[in-house]
Design a binder for this molecule. Sequence first.
Ligand SMILES: Nc1ncnc2c1ncn2[C@@H]1O[C@H](COP(=O)(O)OP(=O)(O)O)[C@@H](O)[C@H]1O
Ligand SMILES: Nc1ccn([C@@H]2O[C@H](COP(=O)(O)OP(=O)(O)O)[C@@H](O)[C@H]2O)c(=O)n1
Length: 437
Amino acid sequence: MKYRITRTKVPNVLRFMAFFKTVIAKLATEATSNRCNPFITFVLGGPGSGKGTQCVKIAETFRFAHLSAGDLLREEMSSNSENGTMIHDIIKDGKIVPSEITVNLLRKAIHSSGNHKFLIDGFPRNEENRIAFERIVGVEPDIVLFFDCPEEEMVKRVLNRNQGRVDDNIDTIKKRLEVFKKLNLPVIDYYSAKGKVCKINAVGTVNEVFEKVKPVLAALRYCEGRILDIHESSSSSSSSAAAAVDAATRYHNRTKHSLTRGATPGGPRGLDWANQPNPFLPSSPPSPPPPPLSPEPHDDSPPLPLRLPPPFLRRSPFSRLHLPPPLRLPLPLRLEVHRPLHLVPPRQPVQRQPSPHRVPPPFPTSSPLATTTLLSSSFLFLFFLGPLLTQGPLPRAPRLDISAGPPPPPISARRLLLHPLAGGLEVRRACLSILQP
Ligand SMILES: Nc1ncnc2c1ncn2[C@@H]1O[C@H](COP(=O)(O)OP(=O)(O)O)[C@@H](O)[C@H]1O
Ligand SMILES: Nc1ccn([C@@H]2O[C@H](COP(=O)(O)OP(=O)(O)O)[C@@H](O)[C@H]2O)c(=O)n1
């Protein structure tokens, strides 16, 4: 009998230890890959929408590596490689080069770059591109910038481009526009459904368009719990500051002061030093007040196509990660429920006074622990709100406004609208204005 117990218990213990080891190994791998994952921004838009032009400015200002799929293909085409003629013919015909070729060129460029933040310009052009990238490079984009431009403007810009490209002629442009609508727009829709797309109206001068892009990039500082060293550097004098930031970041990542590997398990993002009293506080000058928020000029602008998976409808924990990157700033969140009481003739919903809930920092990160524990007040709030919104006895769609930033911004200008029937959140363009650094 004794023998039997030993026989059955020992394998159980071993099995448990093996299981435990696997779990630890998996967690360690996840933690490492989270630290090492490059930050990928796909930049999409029709031919001539200004992707390349804006990428150059973003790369310069925010120190991203700019990889243009089209440029890589053109280089390959002129390098007399075995695929050169094939690439030339496909580009001239306005079609899409087989994904394996483009993705391998991108993969090599990513690996040989010293950078960890990438703008991938003109990619993915179709579903096949997207799937091949995920398979070969093994990552998804963190954000997708979509430059939205009317066709006539794109045609005008391409015909004026004057770079001697084999595809910048009216016949090929027509084909490229067709390919864009048929193959590229579905990819943009795919990422919109994942809440990853930031749509930028590409009409205006180069600088005007860049002014719309800047806040989106500035907001990425806190994206996905990774502290991205995104700092604006408009002049060469700031490159020394940028180098200092790089050095400090490298130091923190190497030491126990790592931003992602803290010694205090319970600390937010594992920041071991974040919970310590600031030794410099008594002598440090008071921090300056936050800059005033600029008023939103066009509140009636069409909503951004940012669609978020509605976590509260599934009753899973809600965190700032469920918001689009622009709203993941370390600012207090303000949640307001607007619930119509009942319908009265002539079928006008009566609005209750909004009930505000303020959610102060600290801020959640991508770690599951932080996601479930931080922002717990908003989680609880949304947890209870979820059933109300979906199954409650409310006669009309209730609305949840989420805004961020001190001081509480004008509600009309900064809001996310909840559409329970559509099952998602729509972000108004206005919310981007709060991100102005
Ligand atoms: N906002 C803009 N207004 C006017 N011309 C622009 C603007 N942005 C880019 N261009 C010009 O339009 C042409 C196409 O821009 P480019 O950045 O090459 O587009 P894409 O990379 O999307 O094909 C270029 O000649 C560029 O100088
Ligand atoms: N992912 C990609 C990107 C570009 N290309 C090819 O390269 C051409 C030029 O792409 P591009 O991004 O440089 O230029 P635009 O179309 O944006 O002006 C496209 O029309 C395609 O023929 C491709 O096949 N696959």
